[in-house]
Design a protein around this ligand. Structure first.
Ligand SMILES: [Zn+2]
Length: 286
């Protein structure tokens, strides 16, 4: 049972920041991305949507109280049935609507570790669990294109996938991309800062330069934005690595901070001090 404690702690961290939030005031905003792909912004991770002759497929579903608003936003886009829900990873701001959608005619698909971690929650509901799981990747042939689920090595968690819409030329990065902000890396869920950076490189190698990029958090992005995010990590993680090699403590690293040009990246969910702490702890654990 010991392994459950960090798992529950990380889930609490991912959700308590929003627990006091008044979801009734939050509207869903629908943003066209490319061809038949849209992005929904609301509370929690960005949602990717495919609409077309086969119906609707979505990527992630935000917090539970947003589910009916998501339904309404999808209805405005298309009258088709919501057939598939893909989860990029298990965090509550990306899977909170699973129980709502899974209880209807929607099949949830995710990496095997997403199902494992959701099932281990104290309040797990059968309807929220993925019914189709994979560990090496999978494809959904839907609305005239191949939608690839690319399984990644441990990075943000140990069960992240990105979703590559091969025909529309769009990638949904899940939390392997925080646009213009420092990322959260969930060490208690098997995350790893070096793995996180490698995963971004893996995706950059597979997508064309003109692809549209949906980040887990932040505004709709380009490949250039994703490269800038990766460059920021290479530089800042490199600084922490050097500091550790020189025998510096976590307090030293926090006191040194990040280069001036990256200060603004700490204005999101993860501030500079927390980012440096996660990075230090991830590098130091080897
Ligand atoms: Zn996450």
């Amino acid at each position: 049972m010991k392994h459950l404690l960090p798992l529950l702690a990380s889930f609490a961290l991912a959700t308590t920041a929003f627990a006091q939030r008044d979801f009734s005031q939050i509207e869903i905003k629908t943003i066209p991305v490319a061809k038949n792909i849209h992005m929904l912004e609301g509370a929690g991770g960005n949602i990717g949507v495919s609409v077309g002759k086969d119906g609707i497929l979505i990527v992630d579903d935000q917090f539970a109280p947003m589910a009916e608003k998501i339904d309404a936003a999808l209805k405005k886009l298309d009258s088709g049935k919501l057939r598939f829900l893909l989860n990029t990873h298990w965090h509550g701001d990306h899977t909170g609507g699973n129980a709502h959608f899974g209880a209807k005619d929607t099949d949830i698909i995710a990496h095997v570790n997403v199902r494992k971690r959701l099932a281990a929650k104290a309040d797990a509901k059968p309807a929220e669990l993925p019914v189709i799981t994979f560990d090496q990747g999978a494809s959904v042939h839907f609305n005239g294109e191949e939608i690839k689920l690319i399984a990644l090595a441990p990075g943000h968690t140990d069960g992240d996938s990105v979703v590559w819409f091969t025909g529309a030329n769009v990638v949904h990065m899940g939390d392997q991309f925080f646009n213009g902000r420092f990322p959260y890396i969930d060490l208690a869920s098997g995350g790893d800062v070096r793995g996180y950076m490698k995963n971004v490189e893996t995706v950059l190698k597979q997508i064309p330069a003109d692809a549209k990029v949906i980040p887990g958090h932040g505004a709709l992005a380009t490949v250039e934005d994703l490269k800038a995010f990766h460059a920021m990590m290479v530089e800042t993680v490199g600084l922490v690595e050097k500091a550790i090699a020189a025998g510096k403590s976590l307090d030293d690293v926090k006191a040194a901070g990040v280069p001036e040009k990256y200060k603004e990246w700490g204005s999101g969910f993860i501030n500079t001090s927390r980012y440096l702490e996660i990075t230090y702890n991830s590098l130091a654990k080897k």
